[in-house]
Design a protein around this ligand. Structure first.
Ligand code: PXP
Length: 240
């Protein structure tokens, strides 16, 4: 029987809101605890080179207190590699990074970076860190992931999430084919980016996919379902 699919909750945008005022609220650590209580199987954060949301102190605090595995999304820059090897999260996901992008646009060109990856992946594995490569659903990228010795890939679902109708079906078929190909090569298959309460269902049904990483839609939904309570609490305090 298929093992239950796992959910990694990306809490970057809790830190985005905190950084908007430069204070301490809302706390990513608190969000991680709540996510765990809701059933998150993992906590995912992206320590970006420009530190636009998650900060260095966040990753150390999360590593210390998360009960579920911490997955660090990271660029292949020497500085971030050094930090990740020191932190030793349970998992890392290598992602591409551009200064001006709003979010991770497109997968890592693992093929172009294959020599560097072949050197880096064993360094992480030696420390007991599971490595995945965030890649587009392309055969060359999938084969490269296997060639560099990565145990897992995370398939970029952005094109599927942004498409509609027949185009979305086509993108879904690309995800299915990529998941099958990767599984055949012995890779663990994760997926993520742009998944929400509607489009997640078809992706979660792909049998080879064992983990989804979802951030923006969950944090947005948390705002919706939590706003009423937050206003009530404030009003009660004001009128007491
Ligand atoms: N997986 C990876 C590798 C990502 O870079 C991101 C975005 O930070 C996600 C998953 C989550 O994407 P979203 O916030 O759109 O759910």
């Amino acid at each position: 029987m298929r093992k239950k699919i796992q959910l990694g909750v990306n809490i970057d945008h809790v830190a985005t809101l905190r950084q908007a005022r430069g204070g301490v609220n809302p706390e990513p650590l608190h969000a991680a605890r709540e996510a765990e209580k809701g059933g998150a199987d993992g906590i995912t954060v992206h320590l970006r080179e420009d530190r636009r949301h998650i900060q260095d102190h966040d990753i150390y605090a999360l590593k210390k207190s998360c009960r579920v595995p911490l997955n660090l999304e990271m660029a292949l820059s020497p500085e971030i590699v050094r930090i990740a090897l020191r932190l030793r999260p349970q998992k890392v996901c290598f992602v591409p990074e551009k200064r001006k992008e709003l979010t991770t646009e497109g997968g890592l060109d693992a093929y172009a970076k294959r020599i560097l990856l072949k050197k880096l992946v064993p360094k992480f594995r030696k420390k007991g860190i599971e490595v995945s490569l965030f890649i587009d659903p392309l055969w060359q990228q999938i084969r490269t992931a296997a060639w560099v010795g990565a145990p897992a890939i995370e398939i970029h679902t952005g094109a599927y999430a942004n498409a509609q109708g027949a185009k979305q079906k086509k993108e879904l078929n690309r995800l299915r084919a990529a998941a099958k190909e990767a599984h055949k090569l012995g890779l663990k298959v994760h997926a993520g980016h742009g998944l929400d309460y509607e489009n997640v269902k078809s992706v979660a049904r792909i049998p080879e996919i064992v983990e989804l990483n979802i951030g923006h839609s969950i944090i947005s939904q948390a705002m919706q379902v939590g706003v009423r309570q937050a206003v009530k609490q404030m009003k009660r305090l004001m009128r007491r």
